[in-house]
Write a protein that binds this ligand. Structure first.
Ligand SMILES: Cc1cc2nc3c(=O)[nH]c(=O)nc-3n(C[C@H](O)[C@H](O)[C@H](O)COP(=O)(O)OP(=O)(O)OC[C@H]3O[C@@H](n4cnc5c(N)ncnc54)[C@H](O)[C@@H]3O)c2cc1C
Ligand code: SF4
Length: 332
């Protein structure tokens, strides 16, 4: 079905004006939204194209943070020399996703807002609480091989599909939002919501609001970081389990750590308990395995997805091992 109206916004204020009332849907790269419109899963009343807004830049800030405009394309972000050297986990996560063509179109804001790949969500023939609240979840008793083992509710067990967002969790990123109530910033860990009783509400972005940019604060663990993604085929495939690891290491000892998981949870998942296991430990296999065990201790498997628990543990150990080695390349 075609949208009722389509408008190109020339400025941030114009976009907010067009979105007033909360009925308009933003289109950026279109790589998620247009697919869902073709499938009749999302049927916007009107579309606002934001591609002309001046949100295309990656900028160094005076406080050492990096500001990433919401319209920065995934490929530009992944290949930016500052990202590659100062936060390799982000570059690696983005490059592990989709295809070169898709990454050339996909934007930073759109990537954060992408919808789940649960096959029942994407096929309107099936009941799905996320697509039609109250209709039921087809995955809980259905075929749930790709579904979540962490952060689930009895209403929805769909995974969040983004690789980029998992790396952003490991980098303590903040998301900046503008809307009718003014500007605000949200830590990435509070940006995506657990499904709870309202799986249709996926982020803190309210109707009529716009993501303007993401900031990466300067962090001592960011440069020594790595992303590992395990999936059914080597490219052009979503994660079954992934891990983003970032470590600050001093004379073989871990001073601070960040660990985030993808493909196994209903939102990009920060493994705080596992980070605490790592802090103060010798950087090596024993600590990495303990951290992996801790990260998955609350996992609840379903009929077809128990294999993800072991897969995620292996992704964690591998990502931590690669993170330890990664800074040596950066420094040389
Ligand atoms: C075949 C295929 C394979 C893929 N594989 C992967 C993968 O392996 N890993 C991965 O992470 N991703 C993957 N993706 C998803 C891809 O990364 C996303 O489609 C893309 O990042 C979305 O960005 P976009 O700019 O195209 O978003 P759009 O499609 O334009 O928008 C997506 C959503 O975000 C909203 N939106 C966009 N910009 C803003 C903003 N500034 N503020 C508020 N809301 C906004 C839109 O309203 C819409 O709801 C794949 C996609 C496809 C089609
Ligand atoms: S897991 Fe979530 S998205 Fe998938 S069918 Fe159930 S409610 Fe819908």
């Amino acid at each position: 079905m075609l949208p009722f109206s389509f408008a190109k916004a020339e400025s941030e204020q114009a976009a907010l004006d067009l979105m007033r009332g909360g009925r308009a849907t933003i289109v950026a790269g279109g790589t998620t939204l247009i697919d869902l419109m073709k499938l009749n899963v999302q049927v916007p009343a009107s579309l606002v194209d934001i591609n002309r807004l001046p949100l295309h830049d990656i900028e160094d800030q005076a406080d050492g943070s990096i500001r990433i405009g919401a319209l920065v394309r995934n490929s530009d972000l992944a290949h930016d020399p500052r990202i590659v050297s100062r936060c390799p986990v982000l570059s690696q996560a983005i490059l592990s996703g989709a295809s070169a063509q898709l990454r050339n179109m996909a934007t930073t804001g759109g990537n954060l807002m992408q919808r789940t790949r649960c096959y029942y969500f994407r096929d309107p023939i099936y009941p799905c609480n996320k697509r039609r609240p109250g209709s039921g979840c087809s995955a809980i008793e259905g075929y749930n091989r790709i579904h979540a083992v962490l952060g689930c509710s009895d209403k929805c067990i769909a995974t969040h599909p983004s690789d980029m967002a998992v790396a952003l969790v490991a980098l303590d990123a903040e998301v900046h939002i503008n809307g009718p109530g003014g500007e605000r910033q949200v830590p990435i860990t509070g940006f995506h919501l657990l499904p709870g009783d309202t799986p249709e509400v996926e982020t803190v972005v309210a109707a009529g609001e716009l993501i303007t940019h993401v900031t990466l604060p300067r962090r001592p663990f960011a440069a020594r970081s790595a992303y590992v993604k395990l999936r059914d085929r080597a490219s052009y495939e979503f994660a079954l389990a992934s891990a983003a690891a970032a470590l600050e290491v001093d004379r073989g000892k871990i001073r601070s750590a960040r660990l985030a998981l993808g493909g196994v949870a209903t939102r990009p998942w920060r493994a705080v308990d596992a980070e605490q296991v790592l802090a103060g430990a010798a950087a090596g296999d024993a600590a990495f395995r303990r951290a992996a065990q801790t990260a998955l201790q609350e996992a609840v498997p379903r009929r077809h997805n128990a294999y993800k628990i072991e897969l995620a543990k292996r992704a964690i150990v591998r990502a931590l091992s690669l993170a330890v080695q990664s800074n040596q390349a950066v420094l040389s």
